[in-house]
Design a protein around this ligand. Structure first.
Ligand code: FES
Length: 117
């Protein structure tokens, strides 16, 4: 079980439980199920409207923060200028996802995270 805290400048923070390792529940699905007003459009990793910044709840200890980025996600984040070629290369070696993610593509793991939208 993972805790996901959704934070925004416009809305009150909300923390919800997520079943980690389901391999189907994306951050966007979890947000919708919990009535979090996170923006989205295509729900298929193509438009970039569900862009979120993801961090560890425990700032001193960076956890993995979600499953690996999909190829679509990498392309869109690249197009939005949120990840560089160097970060993509580093990710391939370290297997640590970047802090910018697409909520409709990101599958949470068993870790407590902060999702800023
Ligand atoms: S909703 Fe379009 S990329 Fe996530």
């Amino acid at each position: 079980m993972a805790l996901i805290t959704f934070a925004s400048n416009e809305y009150k923070d909300k923390t919800v439980y997520a079943v980690a390792g389901s391999h189907t529940e994306t951050v966007l699905k979890i947000a919708k199920a919990n009535k979090i007003p996170l923006s989205f459009d295509c729900e298929d990793g193509e438009c970039g409207s569900c862009l979120v910044h993801v961090g560890s709840i425990d700032k001193a200890k960076r956890t993995r923060m979600g499953g690996p980025l999909t190829a679509k996600e990498i392309d869109v984040l690249r197009g939005l200028g949120k990840i560089s070629k160097e970060e993509i290369d580093t990710m391939a070696v370290t297997d640590l996802p970047t802090e910018w993610r697409l909520a409709c593509q990101m599958i949470p793991r068993d870790e407590d995270i902060l999702v800023e939208y």
